[in-house]
Design a protein around this ligand. Structure first.
Ligand code: NOJ
Ligand code: CA
Length: 706
């Protein structure tokens, strides 16, 4: 249902007093809990404030832009018009944390014009939702001007206190950083320059990435992010540790010498602030997807959410390798098989069939194969990566057609892998042929990768040029009925609503860091922070499910969680593709593997039962189509007990319920694989005390009995 009635909560208060001509306009959310107030100062400087009930959560925050070859758009503005509308609609996710999403907000559009020549015009869109606010700029058409070159956007978020903040540094090339928990005044992003990663760290300022999540002294939770990042540079937030103010700083291009170039007219991405009284409500919020446009690619029934395995973990734990061991012929520059291959190549036909056999027997419908195509000999650490990978030529020990034939026979879908090695121009040239090959074989999803510094030099993963590359790949993929799971991606900004084929992505320190990070991997609190930060942006390909937690092939690394915590991640971390990342032999004869066989990947509804950022989180989800429920809970490095009430269940339904939980002697360092598996009786009235040990957690499957 849509309506565009004038609404009471949008008040235009023009203060035409004798002293000034300042203007004040405000809009409130449907239940009046959140308010955005827009004002123009006497000098015509635009600014806004945000209130949560009676509390100011964003204080006077100015808005301006700097351009190349044009004066800044900053002051001497006047309000030309202001209009409000009210929307209350429900839309359906093709797959997701829930089937139906309510999108209810009040919107205020304020049109501004410069008082002086050249009388540039701009519109500001403010939306007030019950779970936060969003605003965006529209650069309107201007006579004689085709385009603008933005040198900086200065959107302020003036904080009202020295909030506790969960942040990662604004690395222009990577989101693969551990979260720090500090006061705003103590944010020191530059200290993370040499963090463990894949060698493409670019941190230049004391700035943070979004989503950045904060808790105020009054206990209000805020998370700042952006939505609908299209044809624009990613927004990072420069931190003023003295005045406690965050200001947008766009990722730039050293090559082009600006931040954004756009033809007029255009709209920027939304700047969004999630606001919640309780931490758990941040996760339940749909603000970011709601700020995006509806599906633009039509029918997507060609993709189904799935669990998948991969020829993947074995390379990360040094059991195999991506490359085959070819040698470059100095004279011809061609890669040749000189018979000196090292014999460690993982993506062989035989090994792939072994994984297919295991997946098909265990209710796992996808298999990712990395290292199947030529180019890996020259993958990491090389300057010259242009033209190296091709996305249609398999290594000689990988019989592409036979693998496809066998996978179809066994009912397992192969997931394509395209490591671009951050050479997007090489990839773009091959997009059609690469996706054509997939379409021909009925392959409907691809994992892409962008490891390394971007070629051409001077571009960064999160600048406008790369934003456009990632988007081009997604739109092209949609034409071939291909769904994309990018690693080293651009951040998620809710575009999955508009382009549902952006099924998942990395964009965080994933499980792989546990295999090789010199700092020892992700600490136990990692995902209890991620759930309230990175996950607010959208689905995560974290790749859970390590059973061989002590990693015998890796002397210095192990997983810093218990086995029950690994199982819980299938529920806690949302993604329509969930990997069972360990090797088949590590799952054989493991009773706990039954949870992975059973767990759903697509949800009718989700209930975030409780959580505190960095401490613990417990989520229950009802599987779409079956009525089965699954619950996952994870703790940080501390042991804690949780009282689980099953009041989310319907009355008079019975379930075959199995709980997988830490034992008294479980501990993420010393005894991570100790697990208790028990069948229990539960109903709507049950209340269960569950102990999560250090780095631990629990998982529950509730299979509806018909
Ligand atoms: C980094 C990705 O995150 C990882 O999953 C992948 O195996 C390698 N790149 C190779 O593409
Ligand atoms: Ca990665």
């Amino acid at each position: 249902m849509k309506s565009s009635l004038p609404i009471l909560s949008a008040l235009l208060l023009t203060l035409a007093s004798c002293q000034n001509s300042a203007t004040k306009v405000r809009i409130q959310s449907p239940n009046y809990t959140n308010t955005i107030q827009f004002e123009l100062s006497e000098e015509g400087l635009p600014y806004y404030l945000v209130y949560h009930d009676e509390t100011t959560v964003i204080d006077t925050s100015f808005l301006s832009f700097n351009f190349k070859n044009q004066p800044a758009l900053k002051s001497n503005l006047k309000v030309v018009s202001s209009n409000s509308t009210s929307i209350n609609e429900t839309w359906e996710m093709p797959w997701g944390e829930q089937r139906e999403v309510v999108n209810a907000y009040n919107e205020l559009v304020v049109e501004l014009e410069e008082v002086n020549i050249p009388n540039r015009r701009m519109a500001l869109y403010f939306r007030a939702y019950d779970d936060g606010i969003g605003f965006r700029y529209e650069f309107l058409a201007q006579e004689g001007v085709d385009s603008v070159i933005i040198m900086e956007e200065n959107t302020e978020f003036n904080l009202t206190g020295n909030h506790t903040t969960w942040w990662i540094p604004a690395d222009w090339d990577s989101y693969e950083h551990l979260y720090s928990t500090t006061k705003v005044s103590e944010i020191k992003a530059l200290e993370h320059e040499n963090a463990a990663g894949l060698g493409h760290t670019s941190i230049f300022h004391n700035a943070v990435h979004t989503p950045v999540t904060m808790k105020t002294q009054e206990g209000i939770h805020l998370s700042i992010h952006e939505a609908a990042l299209l044809d624009y540079a990613s927004m990072t937030l420069l931190v003023d540790t003295v005045n406690l103010r965050l200001t947008s700083q766009l990722v730039g291009s050293d090559r082009l010498g600006y931040k954004v170039k756009r033809a007029l007219p255009f709209k920027t991405p939304w700047r969004a602030v999630q606001i919640a009284d309780e931490a758990k409500d941040l996760i339940a919020s749909n603000l970011i997807v709601n700020l995006n446009e509806p599906n633009k690619i039509g029918d997507v029934s060609w993709f189904s959410p799935m669990k998948y395995m991969g020829i993947w973990w074995e390379m990360h734990i040094d059991v195999g390798s991506w490359d085959y061991g070819m040698t470059m012929d100095e004279k011809t520059g061609q890669w040749v098989d000189t018979g000196k291959a090292h014999g460690r190549h993982s993506a062989t036909t035989e090994n792939t069939k072994r994984y297919i056999d295991f997946a098909s027997k265990n209710n796992i419908s996808g298999l990712l194969v990395e290292g199947w195509n030529t180019g890996w000999e020259r993958w990491i650490g090389f300057e010259d990566r242009e033209g190296v990978f091709d996305f249609v030529t398999p290594y000689s020990d990988y019989d592409f057609d036979e693998v496809i034939r066998y996978s179809k026979e066994k009912g397992v879908e192969i997931i394509m892998h395209h490591e671009t090695s951050a050479a997007p121009r090489t990839y773009e040239k091959q997009l059609d042929t690469a996706y054509q090959l997939m379409a021909k074989h009925g392959i409907h999803s691809v994992k892409s990768g962008y490891v390394g510094k971007i070629i051409p030099k001077g571009e960064y993963h999160h600048g406008q040029w790369m934003v456009n590359h990632y988007q081009k790949a997604v739109e092209k993929a949609a034409k071939y009925q291909v769904a994309v799971n990018a690693h080293e991606p651009i951040k998620a900004t809710g575009l999955r609503r508009t382009y549902p084929n952006t099924i998942s992505r990395e964009g965080l320190r994933g499980q792989e860091f546990n295999a090789w990070a010199p700092d020892g991997g992700n600490p136990p609190e990692h995902l209890a922070i991620v759930a309230f930060t990175r996950m607010l942006a959208g689905p995560i390909d974290f790749t859970p499910g390590v059973f061989d937690i002590l990693l015998p092939t890796k002397e210095k690394n192990q997983i810093n969680t218990t086995l029950a915590h690994q199982l819980a991640l299938y529920v806690v971390i949302y993604s329509p593709i969930q990997m069972a990342c360990d090797l088949p032999q590590n799952y054989e004869n493991q009773p706990a593997f039954q949870f992975i066989r059973d767990v759903g990947v697509d949800w009718e509804q989700s209930k975030v039962l409780d959580g505190e950022i960095g401490d613990f989180v417990v989520i229950a989800r009802e599987e779409k189509g079956t009525g089965n429920w699954f619950v996952g809970g994870i703790s940080d490095e501390k042991q804690r007990s949780f009282t689980l009430n099953f009041d989310f269940l319907e009355k008079d339904k019975s379930y075959l319920t199995t709980i997988y939980r830490d034992k008294d002697n479980s501990h993420y360092r010393s005894n991570p694989t100790s697990i208790e598996i028990e069948q229990i009786e539960v109903s709507k009235n049950t209340s269960l005390e569950i102990l999560m040990k250090e780095g631990g957690g629990f998982a529950i499957s509730m299979l509806l009995q018909k």
